[in-house]
Design a protein around this ligand. Structure first.
Ligand SMILES: Nc1ncnc2c1ncn2[C@@H]1O[C@H](COP(=O)(O)OP(=O)(O)O)[C@@H](O)[C@H]1O
Ligand SMILES: [Mg+2]
Length: 307
């Protein structure tokens, strides 16, 4: 997959740089609005997703949930410009997404996306350097975004000298260094241990508030989605997967997982996704009878771990 992005031509106005000072209200208008209309994506004869409609306002945090293999990464890759929609349209601030763009930043699950031979600072300043920004500007960006992810003290280290959680922070800082309107995250914490995941989830919420960008965050994990999202889009099981339902997460932040409203939402989401997991099992010729209660929990847990 493309790791290095080249600027694409478009007519959107460049955004003002991200400011990371404390703010009390989410800042509307710094992120880009994403619009997906009746979009389909095929691989040869195989239609992975179809009839996708999503209207994501600037600054929203949208989580994309769905059974394993339904097409979450496919849809996210199209939003990043790595894949083209075969039907329908996909636009950012009204401009068709036609290729990779630093304004549409992607954080991958694997920190192999980092350049191992570059220091943390060089990784983070890669985008600005490629765009010919001055040394002073590169230093400002490194300072600002390494500060935001709490890694200023690691600027001169190499990725191989960092923990998995720290490497994911570097990936986030590297994407933010391009001051993108949209940050796309594909199960970014799926490979981390539970404690590190929890810390990074909290940091993601804080960074999103500070940056004002639009975030589309793919996850298997219902609790992660409830913790982070303004809205949760649930996908149907593939092939030809579409958006099954949309949930507003109208809960105060920081989120409290034990809030009765959060628990009710969790139950609804489990039923919704459980139905799709069962459908996927039947399609694979597996017996889905009795897949409820603990068995469904176990199955969803395994899905959440990517097993
Ligand atoms: N490059 C590809 N070529 C062919 N099929 C693909 C390709 N990428 C994904 N698929 C298929 O598209 C479907 C959706 O995959 P993916 O988006 O990775 O699912 P998810 O991220 O929800 O687990 C799967 O059936 C997968 O096998
Ligand atoms: Mg995926």
């Amino acid at each position: 997959m493309t790791k290095v992005t080249a600027p694409r031509t478009g007519t959107r106005t460049p955004r003002a740089g991200i400011r990371t000072g404390a703010r009390t209200e989410p800042t509307a208008g710094r992120g880009a609005a994403l619009r997906v209309e009746d979009a389909g994506i095929s691989f040869g004869d195989f239609r992975a997703v179809q009839g996708i409609d999503l209207d994501i306002p600037a600054g929203e945090f949208l989580c994309l949930l769905g059974p394993s293999g339904c097409g979450k990464s496919t849809l996210l890759s199209a939003m990043a410009g790595f894949l083209q929609v075969s039907e329908g349209s996909l636009t950012a601030d009204g401009v068709p997404v036609s290729g990779p763009d630093p304004d549409l930043g992607m954080v991958f699950q694997s920190s192999e996306a980092l350049f191992d031979w570059m220091t943390v600072q060089q990784n983070v300043t890669f985008g600005p350097r490629m765009r010919g920004r001055s040394r002073a500007e590169q230093n400002r960006v490194a300072d600002e975004f390494l500060g935001l992810v709490g890694l200023r003290h690691c600027a001169d280290r190499y990725p191989g000298q960092l923990s998995g959680g720290m490497r994911q922070r570097v990936q986030i800082a590297r994407v933010l260094a391009n001051e993108p309107g949209v940050v796309l995250m594909d199960e970014p914490f799926g490979a981390l241990d539970a404690q590190t995941r929890q810390v990074l989830q909290q940091e993601t919420a804080r960074i999103w508030r500070a940056s004002g960008c639009t975030v589309v965050f793919v996850t298997h994990d219902i609790d992660e989605a409830i913790l982070l999202a303004d809205r949760i889009a649930v996908m149907t099981a593939g092939p030809a997967a579409s958006i099954k339902s949309l949930y507003e997460v109208d809960l105060p932040r920081p989120r409290d997982e034990s809030d009765p409203a959060a628990l009710r939402l969790r139950t609804k989401l489990r039923e919704d996704i459980g139905e799709e997991v069962r459908k996927a099992m039947r399609d694979q010729g597996l017996d889905d009878r009795g897949l409820d209660g603990q068995e469904l929990d176990d199955r969803l847990d395994r899905e959440a771990k990517g097993a």
